[in-house]
Design a protein around this ligand. Structure first.
Ligand SMILES: Nc1ncnc2c1ncn2[C@@H]1O[C@H](COP(=O)(O)OP(=O)(O)OP(=O)(O)O)[C@@H](O)[C@H]1O
Ligand SMILES: [Mg+2]
Length: 163
């Protein structure tokens, strides 16, 4: 993956919620967002905020549990949203069994522990790397990915006053 093209501070969990809600309406079928970062970095928190924001736009209020043990949670819609946590994945080939390859083409996919994908990670994906600060609870997130994503994000984040 390329070097990050942008980094945002996330001083508290509310900021992570806001970022999820900011990106939510801009994602569509075939968009994959890889959520990287150590345990507790805020990957699930971000994914939950994004998914709940999309569901709320459809008038739906649903629990968004961490896919820690199920590996994948799928949310109905057009497109569907696939939220996965691959921490416990045994082998990259298991990704095929989960059906993730087709989902990468057809759904919105949010993937925690994307290093487990090996070569199966889509080239067109946006990578968000969450980091914990050395002191305190704050987080930051660094974005990387293809030029197309850089352009899209710059537009979205400018429009929403993040940058
Ligand atoms: N910007 C933030 N500032 C402070 N705390 C945050 C921030 N974003 C998320 N958190 C909190 O961090 C905690 C851990 O987050 P989360 O469960 O999302 O981690 P994770 O990256 O998914 O970890 P895992 O690898 O175990 O799945 C949660 O309590 C969440 O509310
Ligand atoms: Mg998680």
């Amino acid at each position: 993956m390329n070097a990050p093209f942008l980094t945002l501070a996330l001083p508290d969990a509310t900021a992570t919620d806001r970022l999820g809600a900011t990106l939510a309406p801009h994602l569509g079928a075939g968009d994959t967002v890889l959520l990287d970062g150590q345990i507790g970095a805020g990957k699930t928190h971000f994914a939950r905020a994004l998914i709940q924001s999309r569901l709320a736009a459809l008038g739906r209020i649903e629990d968004v549990p961490s896919p820690t043990f199920t590996l994948v949670q799928v949310y109905d819609g057009s497109p569907e949203i696939w939220h996965s946590d691959l921490y416990r994945l045994g082998h990259p080939d298991d990704v095929l069994e989960l059906g993730l390859e087709d989902a990468f083409d057809e759904a919105i996919c949010l993937v925690e522990w994307p290093d487990r994908l090996g070569d199966l990670a889509p080239d067109a994906a946006l990578l968000m790397q969450f980091s914990l600060s050395e002191q305190g609870a704050a987080r930051s997130v660094a974005f990387s990915g293809p030029a197309k994503w850089q352009e899209r994000l710059q537009k979205i984040l400018t429009q929403e006053g993040w940058i």
